[in-house]
Design a protein around this ligand. Structure first.
Ligand SMILES: Nc1nc2c(c(=O)[nH]1)N[C@H]1C(S)=C(S)[C@@H](COP(=O)(O)O)O[C@H]1N2
Ligand SMILES: [Mo]
Length: 344
């Protein structure tokens, strides 16, 4: 049953854990919280926060799937149906004929946003959430008010919702524009990232030179390549595929390897210090002498773990694999146990 509810290549978070992803707090402001509905609308509407809180709320059980591969099933969210807030008193829609997309904007320092097509809004019936698991939303999880969009990766659910803008043309959200996150975001179709940012020829040249330092190489295909001594310092390599690649002594310091795949890669003595490894997958990789200190390991996989802690595809980790508390605290508990057991 659970299996059917877990989209491909997602792992369940254990117990009560709810990772914080992205921004951690709203913009500081003394003005009271309001929610504005604007853009291609018949009439602009500004909701006072108190008015929203005093409306009868509904409760929904929603499965949360983060693009960095963690999922949390049956979260209990309470709040208001977005579609109810997008109606005139007559019950007619607030949006104009010309409206095709909806942008959700946060009260945050970077005015974080994400968008959905109007069709998706109608079909997915999102929630404007005020409470989660029986309590008011924590600030770091988007309190006092956030979007929760079922059926899409969680980056489509803006924290600290302040403005809803109807658009005739789509406007890419923050992660979609900055990190190459897929605009459709369907976890069942694994729509995590858009295609690679560079041409095959350009990739070939960089691979020959073994110098990726500082480059943006989203979704790079490097399966099975011989890349010992690679310099990938501070490179953006989200979603790159290094399966079975030879990466002895590679330098990945401060690089972004979110969701990168290293299945069976030879990473002996590679240096990952300070790298973002959220959602990266090291199943079957050789990590002897590898340095993982000060990395971010939310949703990182080192092997499939069952209750007996045996794993047929675990990474090769031994006492020469370096890791510190900074890195370990961000790792899921069963993955941490696997790593620590093998390091003894
Ligand atoms: N304002 C704002 N909303 C945001 C983000 C963000 O950085 N800023 N990150 C998104 C991403 S990628 C995810 S996975 C979820 C994380 O929500 P959580 O921190 O409550 O788990 O929020 C989404 N909404
Ligand atoms: Mo995310």
């Amino acid at each position: 049953m659970t299996e059917k509810r877990l989209p491909p290549n997602q792992q369940l978070v254990k117990g009560e854990r709810w990772p914080v992803v992205g921004e951690r707090s709203p913009r500081e402001s003394d003005s009271p919280w309001t929610l504005t509905v604007t853009g291609e609308v018949v009439r602009e509407v500004v909701y006072e926060f108190q008015e929203l809180v005093s409306r009868p709320s509904i409760r929904r059980s929603i499965d949360v799937h983060c693009v960095t591969r963690w999922s949390k099933l049956s979260m209990q969210f309470e709040g208001l149906r977005l579609l109810d807030l997008l109606q005139l008193e007559s019950g007619a829609p607030l949006w104009k004929e010309s409206a095709r997309y909806v942008s959700f904007v946060a009260r945050s320092d970077r005015s974080h946003s994400t968008s959905l097509s109007l069709e998706d809004v109608i079909e997915l019936d999102p929630l404007v959430a005020l409470r989660a698991d029986g309590r008011p939303l924590d600030g770091e999880h988007g309190g006092p008010i956030r979007m929760v969009v079922p059926g899409r990766y969680f980056y489509k659910s803006v924290k600290w919702l302040e403005c809803i803008e109807f658009l005739s043309e789509d406007r890419l959200g923050y992660w979609e524009a900055e990190a190459g996150y897929h605009n459709d975001a369907d976890p069942w179709k694994e729509q995590r990232y858009i295609a690679a940012t560079i041409s095959k020829q350009e990739a070939k040249r960089l691979i020959e030179q073994r110098d990726f330092s500082g480059r943006d190489l989203l979704s790079l295909q490097a399966v099975g390549m011989k890349l010992s001594n690679l310099n990938a310092m501070a490179a953006a390599l989200r979603n790159a595929d290094f399966s079975r690649a030879v990466l002895l002594d590679a330098n990945f310091r401060e690089s972004n390897l979110s969701n990168a795949i290293f299945h069976g890669a030879d990473l002996r003595r590679a240096d990952f210090r300070g790298a973002d490894l959220e959602g990266a997958d090291f199943k079957g990789a050789d990590l002897r002498g590898t340095d993982l200190r000060d990395t971010s390991l939310f949703g990182t996989t080192f092997g499939n773990v069952d209750s007996t802690l045996t794993s047929c595809n675990a990474a090769n980790v031994d006492p020469t694999t370096r890791v510190n508390e900074t890195a370990l605290t961000s790792l899921a508990p069963e993955q941490r146990r696997l790593l620590e057991a093998s390091r003894q």
